[in-house]
Each structure stands twice: as structure tokens, then as C-alpha cells.
Design a protein. Sequence first.
Length: 110
Amino acid sequence: MSNILTIQGLSKEFPIKKGWFGQGKESFRAVDDVGFTVERGKTLGLIGESGSGKSTIGRMILRLMEPTEGKIYFHDKDITDVKNASLRTYYSKVQIIFQDSASTFNHDVS
């Protein structure tokens, strides 16, 4: 089967200003070296604790947020740095579904 989506070495760092007037700069690595593939006809779900980077990964895959490192391939085409019209075409083919974690599991105890 062919891969619809391939993620390689995806990372995201956010700058942190420290000290007086934000003079010292450090960074926080929210996502570090993530990689996976999604084959045609398959579904992928990301599960993790709050703050583990699930939404950040989704936003980077959708190109709503630029990755610090890594590559995003859609149908074997590198879309990591794609802009404008090509990105609009990509948006017409992908979506993310955020799920309320409280409703994920059956809580019926009767």
C-alpha cells in the first residue's frame, strides 16, 4: 500500500524570553523528532496527556504552524515548505478532528 502521509523528524521549539525585559532567550521543545506514516485506507489517532504535543503535531501537519525541523510528505510530495496555491490544494484534501477527551470513553457504569 502507498503512504498518504509521512512525517519524518518533526520538531517544534518555542522561544522563551528570560531575565529583565526578555533579554535572555531560550527555547522550549514542545515536539521532538516525531515520525510516522499513514497508509491508504488506515486511520491514525494521537493519544497522550494534556500538553504532550498532540495539537502542535496536528497544526504542523496542517501547516498552520511551521515546524522547527522535519519533513511532511503528502502522497510522497514534500509539502513542508509549500506556499500559496499548492497549500490551498493540500488544505482541500486534509483535515484534523479534535476530540473532547472526556467523551472518548464510555463512562456508563450502570
